[in-house]
Design a protein around this ligand. Sequence first.
Ligand code: 2AL
Length: 181
Amino acid sequence: MITMADVNQMDFEQFIERFGNVVEHCPLAAGAIWASRPFSDVNDIHECVSTFLDSLPYHGRQAVLRVHPDLAGRVAQQGTLTSESAGEQRSAGLTELTEEERQQLTDQNHRYKAKFGFPFVVCARQNKKAAILSGLEERLRNDEDEELRTGLEEVKKITYLRLLDIVGPAEGRPETAERED
Ligand code: 2AL
């Protein structure tokens, strides 16, 4: 864990090194907010990232979703996920799927991508595998605009938990990164 004083003293390269993957495969998000220092706490950094994501044009927001790996997908099976993503997928129980569950998730992920063109994204640390499987089925019924919006809100949740892992909770807010169930 590092202090906000440490964060606020980082040069651009150090900042990218530490925060470059708070949005999966999107170091540009960290690069874009560096100039907003000094940050007061985790919520301040998160607010800046969220504002940056919301400011992206339609295809930019689509691209943020597109660089996310499928849950329990090919990249996970090859063992080449980022360490953050691997931990998140493990915490949701996605490394312990039965063959039937894996088949169901693969099938749902395919249908989702065929309909929307970008992958299904959900904050895995806030869900268990059963909730992910049923949630995916439900979200398949939405339209593209709604899913772009929902996917981006999930990216923000993932980012918040990744930021907590780096700088810890804001003063007076004993939040933890994990679900309480
Ligand atoms: C992910 C991921 O990599 N971490 C997470 O919480 N969700 N991916 C995804 N497609 O939802």
